[in-house]
Design a binder for this molecule. Structure first.
Ligand SMILES: [Zn+2]
Length: 196
């Protein structure tokens, strides 16, 4: 899947009201981890290509940036690499870094959305098996993907709006019912002044 869809899906997952883990996961960090596999895999190549273009080298493909990108693609898209690193960070911090799960989400989303042209090496370096899925670049898939994202973000927005309105209503009703009435400030007991 492309990097913007990764960022949006990760944001949606991190902002969902359904809590899978006890800790609150910061959606910005979760989204950053979710785009990091493609950033690490492609940013060095893009940087080298720009550098060569700026300094007037005609064919950047002959200068190794392509190979660098391909080499980084395998480790950044492997669950075999992710799992021990996640465990190591857990051991060092003595608590899991849940936002790192954005990285695994990226790999899991890439597996079915990459075709034979660029399949995801999710078992690298243990196995060369790669699942042949549907290419995310097909316009039908892009239309479906962004429509689904639109629906999910609309539902999240509706939920947040309802929650905000409910808490505002609760705030408005609390002072009336919960404020203590000072002694002697209550309704006066008028002796015999009632107009029956
Ligand atoms: Zn990717």
């Amino acid at each position: 899947m492309e990097i913007f869809a990764h960022a949006l899906w990760a944001t949606a997952v991190a902002r969902t009201p359904v809590r899978v883990v006890a800790e609150r996961v910061r959606w910005r960090w979760f989204a950053l981890w979710a785009v990091s596999p493609d950033l690490f895999a492609f940013a060095p190549g893009v940087a080298v290509a720009l550098w060569l273009r700026v300094f007037g080298v005609a064919s950047p493909h002959h200068h190794g940036h392509h190979v660098l990108g391909i080499e980084l693609y395998d480790p950044t898209h492997s669950l075999v690499v992710f799992a021990p690193l996640f465990a190591a960070v857990w051991l060092i911090r003595r608590r899991p870094a849940w936002c790192m799960l954005g990285w695994s989400l990226h790999i899991l989303m890439d597996i079915p959305t990459h075709s034979a042209h660029f399949p995801t090496p999710f078992l690298w370096p243990l196995s060369s098996y790669r699942f042949i899925g549907i290419s995310w670049a097909q316009w039908r898939f892009m239309a479906f993907n962004y429509s689904a994202l639109g629906i999910v973000f609309f539902i999240l927005w509706m939920y947040q709006r309802r929650k905000r309105l409910a808490s505002r209503r609760a705030c408005q009703s609390v002072p009336l019912s919960a404020s203590p009435i000072p002694e002697g400030a209550g309704p006066r007991q008028s002796g015999g002044s009632s107009q029956d």
